[in-house]
Design a binder for this molecule. Structure first.
Ligand SMILES: [Zn+2]
Length: 328
């Protein structure tokens, strides 16, 4: 197991200084959501917010998860400005308020969806947070509804984007069976404690022939740099100036998806045509400087070539986009 050397001095980690309490609470052990297996092997340890988080690989199916992981009480305190100074440091109303530089990527994502689903269709944006994407989908002609467990986030969305909202946990959405033509779930599935249960729920609320679009970080490159290709770590560190290990985000991401596992999960709950998607240079506008931008786009082009030449076997693209269709 790799123990990120930069993290050994836990008291010096910047995230510790943001905490207004000594701990957000105890962590909990959890079995693999995909296969139900308890057995797992440690991959890396990272120190964040006064905890040594262990990222593990399932011995049975290979899915990567944080274990033990934050409880719902831990996460509640993590998101509460009374306990965590993160949102103050970021200068936002709440942690996931929209960043304007994400808008060009959302437009490209919307074009991808519109190439598969007719505008005018009923769209549910799950994990909508500030509802910025829901608002863009509505403006593009979709009958778009935002869903989130956070009423604060939805109140922001109603005020700023005037979209209809459903306040529900993603595992139990307050809507009838087969009531939407398309479901989007962007940068949410990695935060959920039981993603398979959520995918089953999204399958339930889709109409026959309806489509799901997922976006989440692709953790296959992280996994390879951590294990087989450790010589790449200094290059990555130089480019990103990242001092505290690869961005596993183990305090906030319960599951660390790879293309193989997202496809397997979609198929497991009954989706057909589960497949990876790609938008070349996607999210490149969010990069902090020209050197990083060139490296990012260059890497994305190289990863796309590797994907083509290996007939999809090696998918090292940084953003994991996937879609699936409910049987007609
Ligand atoms: Zn498993």
């Amino acid at each position: 197991m790799a123990n990120d050397s930069d993290n050994k001095s836990s008291k010096l980690h910047p995230s510790d200084a943001l905490m207004k309490v000594p701990s957000f609470g105890p962590l909990e052990e959890a079995d693999c959501s995909l296969c139900g297996s308890e057995a797992c092997s440690p991959l890396v340890v990272q120190h964040w917010f006064a905890e040594d988080f262990v990222v593990v690989r399932c011995d049975s199916c290979g899915m990567i998860r944080t274990n033990p992981r934050p409880t719902s009480e831990w996460k509640t305190r993590f998101y509460d400005p009374a306990f965590n100074g993160l949102s103050e440091k970021m200068g936002r109303e709440f942690i996931y308020a929209p960043e304007p530089d994400r808008l060009p990527s959302y437009r490209r994502l919307l074009r991808l969806i519109m190439s598969r689903v007719s505008p005018g269709s009923r769209l549910l944006d799950v994990g909508a947070a500030s509802c910025v994407f829901t608002g863009m989908a509505r403006d593009a002609g979709f009958d778009a509804v935002a869903c989130d467990y956070s009423d604060d986030a939805l109140a922001y969305g109603r005020e700023h984007y005037q979209v209809p909202t459903i306040q529900s946990p993603a595992e139990n959405i307050d809507t009838e069976d087969a009531s939407f033509d398309v479901v989007t779930i962007f940068h949410t599935i990695e935060h959920l404690p039981d993603p398979l249960a959520v995918l089953k729920e999204l399958h339930r609320i889709l109409k026959p022939g309806g489509m799901i679009f997922i976006e989440t970080p692709n953790y296959l490159p992280h996994s390879l740099i951590q294990t087989k290709f450790q010589f790449l770590w200094p290059i990555y560190k130089w480019l990103t100036k990242r001092e505290h290990g690869l961005p596993w985000v183990p305090f906030d991401h319960y599951y660390h998806w790879t293309p193989r596992h997202i496809r397997k999960a979609l198929q497991q709950v009954g989706f057909e045509e589960a497949r990876p998607e790609h938008i070349l240079g996607y999210r490149s506008n969010t990069k902090p400087n020209l050197v990083f931008w060139v490296a990012y786009v260059g890497y994305d082009c190289l990863a796309q070539l590797i994907h083509w030449f290996t007939l999809g076997r090696w998918d090292l693209r940084l953003v994991l986009l996937a879609s699936g269709r409910k049987a007609s």
